[in-house]
Design a protein around this ligand. Structure first.
Ligand SMILES: [Zn+2]
Length: 55
């Protein structure tokens, strides 16, 4: 039987001393194409995605 690989992705830690607070805006339909470049581990209650948009 094949072993199940570790499913954890990157976990985020506490804010760093030089962190920058982001301003969150309401959703808009500005881009036709969104691609997820990276995301935090799905085992956390909050999931972060880094997305690139184009089109
Ligand atoms: Zn995890």
């Amino acid at each position: 039987m094949a072993e199940i690989p570790d499913f954890h992705g990157p976990h985020f830690g506490p804010p760093q001393a030089n962190h920058v607070k982001l301003t969150w805006y309401a959703l808009t339909d500005r881009a036709r194409w969104i691609r997820v470049v990276s995301h935090s581990c799905e085992c956390s209650r909050t999931l972060y995605e880094l997305c690139a948009a184009g089109g």
